[in-house]
Design a protein around this ligand. Structure first.
Ligand code: BJW
Ligand code: ZN
Length: 249
């Protein structure tokens, strides 16, 4: 097993040599802010059944239950702060500008809160709401929600969270941009994702196929570790600043 410092140095060199860089983030990057991940010992899915909460069928069956869960998560997210992992990625954007993108599976909006500009939210955003009747979309930052389930201010229809549930398609326009980045990036950082939810789980494989270097940061091995050029096991909030602070402009 190579020393962590050596692996971090290799990651730094891959980044320095790359013109276009992608970071794919998952729930693990927000864990150090205090937002629970989905899977694993302390994961949300240990307490809740995903099919009861994160599918369109669950919402049809019991919109109140689903909204109560989202209301609880919105309260949690509103009470925490981005961490040093989010800040390190902001620093990388400051260094590389439009040649850097964050592709995030997270709906917590924490990358936006540190003012990253180039963020592709493939699973939506927990602060967005969408009307199931008129299709109207808005940002709604009410915490806690006054009315559960909330109603559309335009037509009174039932609102749903602006997130992507199992069995739903990912936003077409966002995915078109993702596909372009998977073609053109020279390095992909894969941070804090278990790599089991499609299509995000395939992004590192596609980028690698297109000759990008894959750098994984996670607490433990994942299916992506098998193809990663370097896997660094530890906390994103510690490892990311250690790598990115060393990068030459
Ligand atoms: C740290 C750390 C620290 C911790 N530092 N690391 C069979 C039947 C039906 C569907 C399917 C099927 N097979 C495949 C599918 C498709 C399905 C899918 O992939 N299912 C699999 C689970 C089997 N995908 C979809 O349905 C997607 N749509 C789609 O594919 O459309 C076409 C299609 C439809 C139907 C059939 C076939 C094709 C949509 C997926 C939407 C996912 N939505 C959710 C909820 C979003 C809203 C919300 O938040 O409420 O997105 S599910 C949940 O998982 C959430 C996450 O974004 C996503 C990924 O999770 P993530 O980020 O990887 O988190 P964890 O918890 O899994 O991992 C955390 C990691 O961090 C761990 O590895 C830790 O070790 C690490 N970590 N602390 C570094 N400090
Ligand atoms: Zn409406």
């Amino acid at each position: 097993m190579k020393e962590k410092k050596e692996l971090q140095n290799t990651a730094k060199e891959f980044i320095e040599k790359s013109e276009k860089i992608c970071a794919l983030t998952g729930a693990g990057i927000s864990a150090e802010s205090g937002i629970p991940t989905f899977r694993g010992k302390e994961g949300l899915w240990n307490k809740y059944d995903p099919t009861e909460l994160a599918t369109p069928q669950a919402f049809q069956r019991d919109p109140k239950l689903v909204w109560e869960w989202y209301n609880w998560r919105r309260e949690k997210i509103a009470s925490v702060y981005p961490n040093s992992g989010h800040l390190a990625l902001k620093k990388l954007e400051d260094l590389r500008g439009k040649d850097f993108v964050i592709i995030t599976q997270n709906v917590d909006g924490l990358h936006n809160r540190v003012c990253n500009k180039n963020v592709l939210e493939i699973h939506g955003n927990i602060w967005k709401v969408k009307c199931t009747e008129c299709g109207g979309e808005d940002f709604n930052y009410e915490v806690p929600l006054k009315e559960i389930p909330p109603r559309c201010p335009r037509c009174g229809g039932l609102l749903r969270p602006g997130v992507v549930w199992f069995g739903e398609s990912l936003p077409y326009d966002v995915m078109a941009e993702v596909e372009e980045w998977l073609r053109k990036c020279n390095a992909m950082l894969v941070i804090g994702t278990s790599g089991v939810v499609q299509p995000a789980a395939s992004f590192a494989f596609v980028a690698k196929h297109n000759d990008a270097k894959v750098i994984e940061i996670n607490l433990e091995p994942t299916p992506i570790s098998e193809i990663a050029d370097v896997s660094i096991f530890g906390k994103a909030g510690e490892i990311l600043p250690e790598i990115i602070d060393q990068i030459q402009d």
